[in-house]
Design a protein. Sequence first.
Length: 226
Amino acid sequence: MSEVNYIRHLNGVLRKFFEDDNISSSHRSLYLAFFELWNQKHFPETLMINRKQVMLLAKIRSRTTYHKLLQDLKKWGYLQHSASHNPQTGSLVEMFRFDTLHDQKMDRSCSVSEQVPVQKMVSFNKHKNKNIINSFKQTCPKNEQVVIKYFDGKNRSTLEAKKFYNFYESIGWKLNGKHPITNWKACARNWMIKADEMKNDQRHNAPSHNRDNLDTSIKKNYGKPL
């Protein structure tokens, strides 16, 4: 048996799966389990298998389902299976070859540059940085007037809108100085909520003007007018 070409065989069987309307995801899973064991054994002509091991690799729990899928693969020409009636020995599987199909030959009458258009390689980081920059532009307000208009729609003052805009503009529209703001309007709503909470806290903590007048301790100076 000639040496099996791993890549060509895998590409060949995947192409056959694509063209075969009978193949389901379960069939593919079982075949690839056989293929994994076949590869581990360096592609022998005959592969001795352990059913429990194959079922574990293929994520198949039902013994009945396993035998049904195995018979399908055998009937449709993917492999040959010989059952073993001896519990001490495993069943035998012969994997049919799919790496011997002739690849489409390239026309050598023209140069390589004419056969395949050359595309300039762009680093992954360049694309990544470009996407980050574009996303950043889309998530920040265009200018201060946009923020003022949004705050006005929430019945907030122009002064508050300017404070919000100037604060985040000064730190580059980032949270904790690291992460770009993904939704400036949501950030503005949080700003409003915190501003309201601060106002409420100030009201509760403000000293009462009548506290001394209403003091009823025993040391009260009753000569002091209310």
